[in-house]
Design a protein around this ligand. Structure first.
Ligand SMILES: [Zn+2]
Length: 497
């Protein structure tokens, strides 16, 4: 666990609407998020916005001057793929994210969103990835948005509406596709959520509660997201041998709904599939000629989700991240648990249910190929409720900057930052964020390009990254290396607002 002293965030949090005062970031290397070359400049923060950028700015009376010479100044990182729907309310200090320089999280991915859903019964997996059934108490997105603003998390929150959540709310039998009446009810619910500020829809037909949905059902809903100006993000049906067909299904949905497509956590899973990102990325390049398409990726060879017997192949390493009946076994490998119990890994998997795991199902060359692709954005896919989480929750963004940019030189710093900021804001329609520009919201990160690095590992997954020096959210100093700033100023970001 982290060794950073708790400064009691709640006591130190500023009341809503408090103005943090002007700050001059003096002499940093501005990596502006657009992918353009870095340049040395002063950046003035005033009233929550970037007020001026220039070679030597005059310091307004009362402004705090921070010398950031030798450090990079860039837009706050946008974590485009999260399952933070509930944790922004339960633990609004958002330490795993703010300590990486993340200033905005996109929630509601993989078909799973906390809102709009008031379940009549305990939610089925994978909805339990959001921390159990108790959190599902928002029948409309507007109520969730109000809850976010009231909790005032350290980071901004933009929300997708999950197709699986809509199904759990409106489809009587999850093992079949929606009837026309059920589909109409889902369409009404999604249209209302779009009007209340959702940035799009996500689906996860990989998972049981949504697997019976066909292209027509998903496309009908994706058209509603499109009509509201949103995007369609998807965890495709199969990331293993049927990956190309599954990608085509997603592309067909988006094409027929006329909606921008985002392929979530792109990967080729399973040893039999390793190396095939040459094919999948070629398919994306081909499709991109006819439709708007993007993808996100996390910088690790292991995935993580709920425990699933169909992912236990006896070949890949599997690390248990949580188990309801055996909480003490979180952090141990499924193989050693099975050996202790003198049973098969399949049987151990069943006995540990419900639970979650990391699956070492990818090849490093594939991960690097996806990271390098010009359309890939960075999204952590972190699971904040897991007892022993995948280290991507705490380390994703510094890992891209440290390991993949500085050490392995997959791309320059400007490109790395663009994949975490400007490209992300543009694809997801986040207005006036993702760039260092005058008039933009002052979501900013100051980091040391020479030392930035992830520290979280699979053995010790909750470690704070190195090299992230200062983080500002809506102009408010929200994190400082070596100690928590303890001031929270995140907001719910409504589509187009
Ligand atoms: Zn997913």
């Amino acid at each position: 666990m982290t060794d950073v002293t708790d400064l009691n965030d709640k006591k130190r949090a500023h009341p809503p609407g408090a103005d943090a005062g002007a700050v001059m970031l003096r002499g940093g290397s501005v990596v502006d998020g657009s992918g353009a070359p870095a340049y040395v400049a002063d950046v003035l923060i005033e009233h929550g916005r970037i007020a001026a950028i220039g070679p030597v700015l005059a310091v307004p009376a009362g402004a705090h001057v921070l010398d950031v010479g030798g450090l990079a100044v860039c837009p706050g990182f946008i974590d485009v793929h999260t399952h933070d729907d509930n944790i922004v309310l339960l633990a609004p200090e958002m330490r795993p994210k703010i300590s990486q320089g993340v200033t905005t999280v996109v929630v509601g991915n993989c078909g799973i969103s906390l809102a709009p859903l008031l379940p009549a019964a305990p939610v089925p997996p994978p909805l339990n990835l959001l921390g159990g059934s108790d959190g599902f108490r928002y029948g409309e997105l507007a109520a969730y948005a109000d809850a976010v603003d009231a909790a005032r998390p350290a980071v901004n929150v933009a929300a997708l509406v999950g197709h699986t959540s809509l199904r759990v709310a409106h489809v009587a039998d999850l093992l079949r596709k929606a009837t026309p009446a059920e589909l109409a009810a889902m369409e009404r619910s999604l249209a209302l959520a779009m009007a209340q500020g959702a940035i799009g829809m996500s689906s996860g037909v990989f998972y049981g509660p949504a697997a019976a949905a066909d292209i027509d059902e998903v496309a009908a809903l994706a058209s509603v997201a499109a009509a509201g100006g949103g995007v369609y993000a998807t965890h495709i049906r199969d990331e293993f041998s049927a990956i190309l067909a599954s990608m085509r299904e997603a592309m067909d949905v988006a094409q027929s709904a006329r909606v921008p497509l985002i392929l979530s956590h792109h990967k080729c899973a399973g040893p039999h599939n390793w190396g095939r990102t040459t094919e999948t990325l070629a398919l994306i390049d081909h499709a991109a000629r006819d439709q708007p398409i993007g993808l996100d990726v996390y910088p690790y060879v292991a995935g993580s989700t709920v425990l699933r017997a169909d992912l236990v192949d006896g070949v890949i390493e599997i690390l248990v991240t949580w188990s309801e009946p055996y909480p003490e076994l979180a952090g141990r490998s499924l193989a050693t648990i099975a050996a202790d119990w003198r049973c098969s890994q399949q049987e151990a998997c069943e006995r540990l249910q419900p639970g979650g795991a990391c699956y070492f199902q990818m090849d490093e060359d594939d991960v690097q190929r996806v990271l390098r692709h010009p359309r890939s954005m960075i999204g952590s896919d972190g699971l904040p409720h897991d007892r022993h989480p995948h280290p991507r929750l705490w380390g994703t963004f510094p890992r891209v900057l440290g390991r993949y940019c500085r050490e392995l030189k997959l791309f320059g710093l400007e490109t790395a930052v663009h994949k975490m900021t400007g490209m992300s804001a543009e694809r997801f329609g986040l207005r006036a964020r993702g760039l260092v520009r005058v008039g933009y919201h002052a979501d900013l990160v100051v980091f040391d390009p020479a030392t930035v690095a992830d520290r979280a590992t699979f053995a010790a997954p909750s470690e704070i990254s190195a090299g992230i020096e200062h983080v500002y959210v809506n102009g408010v100093p929200s994190y400082r290396a070596g100690g928590w700033q303890g001031r929270r100023s995140g907001r719910f970001l409504r589509h187009g607002g």
